[in-house]
Design a protein. Structure first.
Length: 497
């Protein structure tokens, strides 16, 4: 006990020496706080806003394109998981969709037996958007391919407004949908205006609603009419415009008051599926044009620090500080890749859709006039044994199994590239067995007279166009080089006498 007394005295002396040194910085901080405005004072007149947008979803609910492609991006399940994470980090999140959401370019050509599944898939998209908390969706030209009455049904299911300020009834020019909506995020009011592409042919609009045909007003004139009024009511104006990039640039350059424009990147009549990084954001005048990939592959985001009277917004940069008093933004695209978690609620919705996909309306199935033209690989295998054995080792021979692995085997938007003759040789799942996988006739074409008279009905050589039906960048996001890929599946040459 006595031996420890000197140690105790030493500790006390050290504390007396160290404490004043520790208090020095604290006193300095107290003095600085006394001279520095409170956080409320320094942030008065500005607010943070996190804008998330999608565009050109074109009916996709899960991974976009072929499952064998390099990067399997997309899916509503990942998107919903990302949105939940983003809401955790951002109090003022605004979620918008730039149109062409429910259907794709070819969906207007669907046969009657295919429409049930197509419409059920669109309902999955609407309900998923409800659960994610979307706040507005533009009515794109693909969205009305199934007719106005059908889109009205989806509008009833949606918990967000569908917008189009220039889609009108041709008789009295009254609006078919709401033209705009105002969203409050914290102290910031965001005015969202929707403008549908104005080059849709009149016959298409008449067919969409025969009893009361539709018409489209000029996108440019619509913007000139609506933007000034919306600007008076809001802090930020966002234009969802499904028009050509040329038209959108003109609007941005000549119509004052548009802060952000979601542009689908339509050039030469078609929107881009994949948008290069350097094309994803562009400034025209005081307007920021933003774009992102189609099919739900990527979301676009703008992290905005909004300041009153801070127009036009400027991009944050690692190199230079923004001008004082200006609103700033940080732009980024977020890829919906496998490392993202899947939202269980949306997984349940999509699983339920897949389970119902096998049920087709048998009473509506058309007569298959060309069914007898298909031979199938079973017929070919009788004579071409060596070629059949080679084919069985290729990925073509297991194409259907790749769909079964994810319960997508009866998806009408998937099956055609994994079987022979879908819609021509068979439709109902019960009839599918002989036609499963990518078979001889997928590549060589039909030649029903070959077994009867092989000398006079020989098979033509395989053409690149046969491959590109499925092996294209829209499906795989990989450049298909015919001369490089063909040897992987080219059967051995037939030995002739």
């Amino acid at each position: 006990m006595l031996r420890s007394a000197p140690q105790l005295i030493t500790v006390v002396i050290l504390l007396l020496l160290v404490l004043p040194a520790l208090r020095g910085p604290e006193r300095q901080a107290d003095a600085l706080r006394a001279d520095t405005p409170t956080p409320e004072a320094t942030t008065a007149g500005n607010d943070d806003l996190f804008l998330v947008y999608s565009v050109n979803n074109v009916g996709y609910i899960d991974v976009c394109g072929c499952k064998r492609k390099k990067v399997r991006q997309g899916s509503l399940t990942r998107r919903a998981a990302y949105i939940k994470q983003a809401r955790y980090h951002h109090d003022n999140l605004v979620l918008l969709d730039g149109g062409n959401t429910l259907f794709g370019a070819e969906d207007g050509k669907k046969k009657d037996f295919e429409k049930k599944q197509l419409l059920e898939k669109a309902k999955v998209i609407i309900e998923s958007y409800n659960r994610m908390g979307y706040q507005a969706m533009l009515v794109g030209h693909y969205d009305i391919t199934q007719g106005l009455a059908q889109l009205r049904e989806f509008e009833e299911l949606a918990q967000f407004p569908m917008l189009s300020a220039n889609l009108v009834y041709s008789d009295d020019r009254s609006l078919v949908f709401e033209g705009s909506t105002i969203i409050e995020a914290g102290d910031v009011k965001i005015g969202v205006l929707g403008i549908t592409i104005d080059t849709i042919p009149s016959y298409f609009l008449e067919r969409a609603n025969p009893d009361r045909p539709l018409a489209l007003e000029s996108a440019y004139e619509t913007a000139r009419k609506w933007v000034p009024e919306l600007s008076k009511k809001c802090d930020i104006v966002v234009l969802l415009s499904a028009n050509s990039t040329e038209t959108n640039r003109t609007i941005a350059a000549e119509v004052d008051g548009i802060d952000i424009m979601v542009d689908p990147f339509i050039e030469l009549g078609n929107h881009k599926i994949w948008v290069d990084e350097e094309d994803s954001v562009e400034t025209v005048g005081s307007t920021i044009l933003v774009r992102t990939d189609s099919q739900g592959a990527r979301l676009g985001t703008l992290d905005i620090n909004w300041m009153e009277d801070g127009r036009p917004m400027v991009s944050l940069s690692y190199e230079t500080a923004p001008p004082e008093g200006r609103s700033t933004y940080w732009y980024e695209r977020v890829s919906m890749e496998p490392h993202l978690l899947e939202d269980p609620e949306i997984v349940q919705l999509i699983d339920a859709f897949k389970k119902g996909a096998a049920f087709v309306p048998l009473g509506k199935l058309p007569e298959l006039a060309h069914k007898d033209q298909y031979l199938t690989a079973n017929t070919c295998s009788v004579c071409h044994i060596e070629q059949t054995e080679f084919w069985q080792k290729t990925t073509h021979a297991t194409a259907f199994a790749s769909l079964e692995a994810t319960d997508d085997q009866w998806r009408q938007d998937c099956i055609a590239c994994h079987v022979l003759g879908y819609g021509q040789a068979f439709i109902a799942p019960a009839d599918a067995e002989p036609y499963k996988n990518v078979q001889c006739e997928n590549c060589h074409g039909l030649n029903p007279n070959h077994p009867r008279d092989p000398v006079n009905h020989q098979w033509p050589s395989v053409k690149e166009t046969s491959c590109l039906v499925c092996h294209n960048e829209n499906q795989t996001r990989m450049n298909f080089v015919f001369v490089r890929e063909r040897p992987k599946v080219a059967c051995p040459l037939i030995k002739r006498n």
